[in-house]
Design a binder for this molecule. Structure first.
Ligand code: ADP
Ligand code: MG
Length: 361
């Protein structure tokens, strides 16, 4: 259950010392272009990940002329603080220093929908993996260790391959095979759970956006070639050994969970043939499906929707908001303010944002 009770953005892009006491249901931020709406959404995401969804470069998010960023919040009665400069990041929960970003992700699970992040359907494999693994991580906390070990093994193997060093290659390939099966299994299970959730009544308001008879489906691509059973450790290991010379030639491992992706289908078409409108609509359904599944297993994510009316038409806005309100998750919405949004005024706090200053209505 994640609810941000208070948010204090001390320094983040153009937001300077902005303090908010938030609504546990809906928080709507209205402002014209360039005022700081996406910055606000990004700051909440940043606090939950210790990184941005827009940039890898910390310099971009530190306010101009400053050398660190700082965000604080009270989340489910825990006070969380992140202070970060180019060389140092400091995470504090209540009075205790925390060493791992995953604790942030755990306390502040956020599902973000922003034109600056892009749509999952028709998106890059990297974006798809990031949505997929976000779900896997929240559904199965033990997987974090496996992902970390895999990344370490991959880094080591790539170092050996790029320097043409055959020492210990077999040992690392064996590690890759073992960890790969664990990751694929968890991802596969998660996808199966999403598919089961797709058939549930609770999702039907969202499904009314699409013609379900046309069949919305998605399949998991493990990152291995089709002729390898990605759940069979020895098959993967044998494949790796057999093709070792190729990897040495390429200087890196070009197969494995780090290349996994999702393929989406609708009306017997592959996502590359969807119209932009279909991509948006089906991405929204997929995001809400993830939120619903996590709510059902007891994780209540915070949903961040940036620039809602430029991304979704009235019908999708209505369905998405009434769906989320029913799930009782905390929502942050930004909007340019041209359209009337169908929000329950009793459950909504509205703010205005101008030149990085947030005004409470
Ligand atoms: N590191 C930074 N320091 C200060 N201001 C920044 C920084 N990065 C972006 N900005 C400013 O933030 C504003 C854009 O904010 P943004 O949240 O993207 O606007 P919008 O309301 O359109 O979503 C611009 O005025 C830009 O100059
Ligand atoms: Mg914006």
């Amino acid at each position: 259950m994640a609810i941000i009770e208070k948010l204090h953005i001390l320094r983040f892009r153009n937001l300077d010392n902005q303090y908010l006491e938030l609504n546990k249901n809906i928080n709507l931020f209205i402002g014209s272009n360039g005022q700081g709406k996406t910055n606000l959404i990004e700051s909440i995401y940043y606090l939950g990940h210790n990184r941005s969804f827009k940039t890898k470069n910390i310099k971009d998010v530190v306010p101009f002329e400053e050398d660190f960023l700082q965000i604080k919040a009270v989340v489910d009665d825990v006070s969380v603080s992140l202070k970060k400069s180019k060389h140092k990041s400091e995470i504090i929960f209540d009075d205790t220093k925390i060493s791992s970003n995953s604790k942030l992700t755990h306390i502040l699970p956020t599902q973000v929908i922003s034109p600056d992040r892009g749509f999952v359907i028709g998106g890059t494999p990297k974006l798809k993996r990031s949505y997929l693994d976000w779900g896997v991580f929240h559904a199965n906390k033990d997987m974090l260790k496996t992902y970390k070990s895999y990344n370490k093994a991959l880094k080591n193997i790539n170092t050996l391959l790029s320097s043409n060093n055959p020492n210990q290659v077999e040992e690392w390939l064996s590690q890759i095979a073992t960890l790969s099966v664990k990751i694929s299994l968890a991802r596969n299970n998660y996808i199966e759970n999403l598919k089961a959730t797709l058939r549930k009544d609770l999702l039907s308001p969202m499904l009314s956006l699409i013609d379900v008879n046309k069949g919305f489906n998605f399949t998991f691509q493990s990152g291995w070639t089709k002729d390898v059973d990605y759940l069979n450790k020895s098959e993967i290991y044998n494949y790796l050994i057999k093709n070792k010379h190729l990897f040495f030639k390429n200087k890196h491992l070009s197969y494995g969970p780090h290349k996994a992706t999702l393929d989406f289908f609708f009306d017997e078409k592959n996502e590359n043939h969807f119209s932009r409108g279909e991509q948006k609509k089906l991405s929204t359904v997929f995001w809400m499906l993830q939120v619903l599944f996590l709510v059902e297993i007891g994780v209540k994510p915070i949903v961040l929707i940036d620039d809602i009316s430029s991304e979704l038409d009235q019908n999708k806005i209505n369905e998405t908001l009434s769906f989320l309100t029913q799930l009782d998750v905390q929502i942050f919405i930004t909007d340019i303010g041209n359209k009337e949004l169908p929000l329950d005024t009793k459950k909504t706090s509205t703010y205005h944002i101008k030149k990085g200053v947030i005004y409470n209505n």
